[in-house]
Each structure stands twice: as structure tokens, then as C-alpha cells.
Write a protein that binds this ligand. Structure first.
Ligand SMILES: [Zn+2]
Length: 317
């Protein structure tokens, strides 16, 4: 596929699926499909196919005007075979047995590539966002979970079992730490992510006296807000989360030797709160005798995975 061609992009998330028709320089049409129940994927596929068809009509196109379909999925996937290999616990448990390539041929008469969502975000940010012009990149998404992906010398790191680079959020940073959903202990995700944060806060000493205890929803926006207001518990938890993320970034830098680290995910809505201390820690602690790794906020937000469609389909299998 040429980089100038058009593609159908589908991004399966935890609360919605995004469907789009993507061209080299723009998203021609897009639609979101709400997902209220993530137990199974198959139940959502008819609505996703309908949303793709509506997007095609709005773009004045038919499916065969596109070179293929790129599907971004939150799990471990075999991108060449178009199969999901493993899903996060309790989510889309049927995805491993689904023949998504067959579904795609039946619905659109087009070939399918499936890729991990963090890798898709990296491809998107390299194609049209914060990693343009770079061949050696680490991407980390800080949000409900912690996603990661790596590119070395212009090629996505995938590895023998398709796990390479994309389990960066499950690097252990506290060996006696919290139990993670992946089965490991002390992962970055278990120690500093939106799903883990309420429990981290609740178990913190003197939490009941903190302004956090009066927040209707404990997330990083609430944590940063209480921290800025001078709440001592929030300040300490914020500092600990920063250290966890920063230690994780140093680990990824040591593993993948990037020129640029791109940080995305919902936490980066508070980029001004986050970036300076992460940069300072990494500059002090990463072993990079050649210079300093550039750490940037992602530019494409939740569209990054959609933008990844064209570079994914352009890749040699
Ligand atoms: Zn984990």
C-alpha cells in the first residue's frame, strides 16, 4: 500500500470503538460506537461495521476505495495473521477465537491488519504527530492502564511472541508492590494508573483526612487538583506516581535506546503538571552518554491509533 492511499481504521477501546476513513493527510470521516459492556467483542462487531459503512458514505466512498482495514486492539495480537492472542483479564474474552480477517472480508471485501493499541498510537504519532521524523521511539500511554510500544531503526518492536515493547506498562518497578491484573507484582500499571489509583489513595496513611477523600471520583485530575491546592496526602501520592512513571521511562530508555519518548493517554491532559518532573528525573537517572532523550507529549490524542492505520497497512508483512 502507498502512504497516499486511504484506509479504514477501527480502534477498539474500553468505552467505545472509533471508526474512521483515513487518508494520508486527514481523517475524512469518523464515528464513535459506545461500548457499555466489554465482556465480549463479537456482540459489538455489527455496530462497528455499520459505523464504518456510514463513515464511508459521508466520505463519498465505497469500501473498495480503501487499501485495507487496520484494527487497533488493547491486547497482545499477531498482526500478520490478524488474530488476537491474549486479552486483558475480563475484557473481550471471546476475541481469541474470532476470525477477524474473515469478518473483514465478509463485511468489506478488504484485507485486515490487527495491531496492539499502543503500537498503533506510536505509528500514528510518527506518521502525523509528536514523533514525525524519528526512527527510534518509545511511546507510553498513561491512563486507565499504562500502554507502551517501541520502534527501533524505523521498525516496530514486536518480538518472537508479539509481546516485544508492548508490555512496558508491566515492567516491575516495585518488587514487593501491588498485585497487577497481568499476574505480576509491582508493575508500573499497578503502582500508577487510573484503575489502581483509588486503591492506592485509600490505603495511604491519613487518607481519610485528605481532600481526596471528599472527591466524588478519584482520578489523576482530582489528584493533581488536590495537590496544587496544597493537600499533603495528594502531594505525596502525586510525587510517588511521578517517580513510578519516571523509573518506568528510564527502564524503557535503557531497553530500547530511543531518541524521543512520546507520552500519551488521559493523564497527559495535565501535561504541564507531569512533563517537567519526568524530564528532570530522566535527565538525572538515564544512562545516555550520547545526550538527553527528548520527552514530548503526544499530539494526536485519542485519534493516534486511527492515524496509525496507513503506516500499518503500508508495512511489509
Ligand atoms: Zn502488570
Amino acid at each position: 500500500m502507498r502512504l497516499s492511499a486511504k484506509a479504514i481504521a477501527i480502534d477498539i477501546g474500553g468505552s467505545h470503538a472509533s471508526c474512521a476513513i483515513v487518508a494520508a493527510g486527514e481523517i475524512l470521516a469518523a464515528e464513535r460506537v459506545p461500548i457499555h459492556d466489554t465482556a465480549l467483542l463479537e456482540t459489538h462487531l455489527p455496530a462497528v461495521a455499520d459505523a464504518v459503512r456510514r463513515s464511508l458514505r459521508r466520505a463519498g466512498m465505497v469500501a473498495l476505495d480503501c487499501a485495507g482495514v487496520a484494527l487497533s486492539f488493547p491486547g497482545i495480537v499477531d498482526s500478520g495473521a490478524g488474530r488476537v492472542l491474549s486479552t486483558p483479564r475480563g475484557k473481550y474474552a471471546d476475541a481469541r477465537r474470532l476470525d477477524l480477517a474473515h469478518w473483514c472480508l465478509k463485511e468489506f471485501c478488504l484485507p485486515l491488519r490487527v495491531e496492539n493499541d499502543a503500537r498503533m498510537a506510536l505509528l500514528g504519532e510518527r506518521f502525523a504527530g509528536a514523533a514525525r521524523g524519528f526512527d527510534d521511539i518509545v511511546m507510553m500511554t498513561l491512563g486507565t492502564g499504562v500502554g507502551a510500544a517501541a520502534m527501533m531503526e524505523g521498525r516496530l518492536v514486536r518480538g518472537k511472541h508479539f509481546q516485544g515493547g508492548c508490555l512496558g506498562g508491566h515492567l516491575p518497578v516495585v518488587w514487593k508492590g501491588r498485585r497487577c491484573i497481568c499476574g505480576n507484582i509491582g508493575c508500573i500499571e499497578a503502582e500508577a494508573s487510573t484503575w489502581a489509583l483509588p486503591e492506592i489513595c485509600a490505603s495511604w496513611p491519613r487518607y481519610a483526612e485528605s481532600a481526596l477523600a471528599r472527591e466524588p471520583r478519584i482520578d489523576f485530575e482530582a489528584l493533581f487538583r488536590c495537590s496544587r491546592a496544597g493537600d499533603s496526602v495528594a502531594i505525596r501520592i502525586r510525587k510517588r506516581c511521578m517517580r513510578i512513571w519516571a523509573a518506568g521511562i528510564v527502564g524503557l530508555i535503557h531497553a530500547y535506546d530511543p531518541e524521543r519518548v512520546v507520552l500519551g493517554g488521559g493523564v497527559m491532559r495535565s501535561a504541564d503538571d507531569v512533563l517537567p518532573s519526568l524530564r528532570e528525573y530522566v535527565q538525572e537517572h538515564a544512562w545516555t552518554p550520547w545526550g538527553t532523550v527528548d520527552i514530548r507529549a503526544a499530539e494526536l490524542g485519542s485519534d493516534a491509533g486511527l492515524w496509525g492505520a496507513i503506516p500499518l497497512l503500508s508495512e511489509a508483512c
